[in-house]
Design a protein around this ligand. Sequence first.
Ligand code: HEM
Length: 339
Amino acid sequence: MIYDIFVSLGLGILTYIAYFYFKYFTRSNPIPGPIPLPFIGNQFQLSEDISLFCRECQKNYGDIWEFYVGHPSDKTRGIGIEMEGYWKKLYGDEHNELDLSEWLSRLYTDNIFHITANKKVYAIMERISNETLTEPLTDEAIIGNFMETTAGGIDSITSSTCFISYFMAKYPEVKKRVFEEIDSKFTRDQKLTCEELNQLPYCDAVIREISRMHPIAELNYRVNAQEEILNGYVIPAETQIYIHQYGINMHKAHWTNPEEFNPDRFLNNRENSLNLTFGGGIRMCPGRNLAMMELKAYMVLMYRKYDFELVDKNAPLKTHYSIIRACDELKVRVKPRVF
Ligand code: HEM
């Protein structure tokens, strides 16, 4: 009896594997990419640094490749549909008046916690049952939201600023031009205004060039609502699309000598069109103007008085990639500038 169960189970698994590879190798639209395993796809190949995996894939399979990691996240739409189901419960069939502001506030409360922390806080349910919130925010939900804020507004800027200091120390001729621009516009103790910070074309170009070579968000993600054709490949609707910004930023077809650190490429809008530092479209980074102001303010406030040199001039940048490319450590020696 036990023997029969094992045999059936084994046969079932073998059939599934054969079916899986039959479907894979006869798929109508074979985009190149690493061969997936049944059940787990290519998940096992994704190292902690997913950007490195993408660089490897670009090398092996070209600009468009395919890998299998499960179903795309559909939290926003999923919760929308679920919430829609509560209309009737809340207001009945006949009565169609509601306080939209209250409804939306509850909807978005549930939405944002579900998206950021994978937890619902049942703000809508509270309205339906007229009871007080029975489920307090969990530690996980609080941490999830905190992570979102830190990854969005703190870690990104911290790492960008470290990369600026690193490149400035590595390229004295670039630093000299930054000093000249800052010194021509600001005294040592002058207060800064946004208008003045907006008139630093060379600092701006330095930030953009560093962001090209060291993008904070090396990967960006989208799910296509409808079927698309990309480079001749049919991409079915609801596919998770990874946009590998690093691969685009270092692509010879788009940049002159992409390996070369050359802020001048961003002066006078040359080679500027592909800059996806802050993403694109309606989900583009909402903090982008603040970020550029913070970075330029840092450059002016620090470099008008001080200079930074690397403690170890030959050490490479220490980074790791999770949601963003984060700088793990940058040891510098601070010196007052000599005028
Ligand atoms: C150098 C600094 C920064 C870089 C490179 C950066 C980059 C990005 C990128 C690439 C995205 C994804 C955009 C897309 O999907 O098209 C993003 C999203 C986001 N960023 Fe930033 N960011 C920076 C600073 C900031 C700051 C200072 C804040 C907030 C104060 C912030 C808040 C956010 C938020 C909330 C999102 C998610 C937007 C959404 O999903 O709709 N970021 N950022």
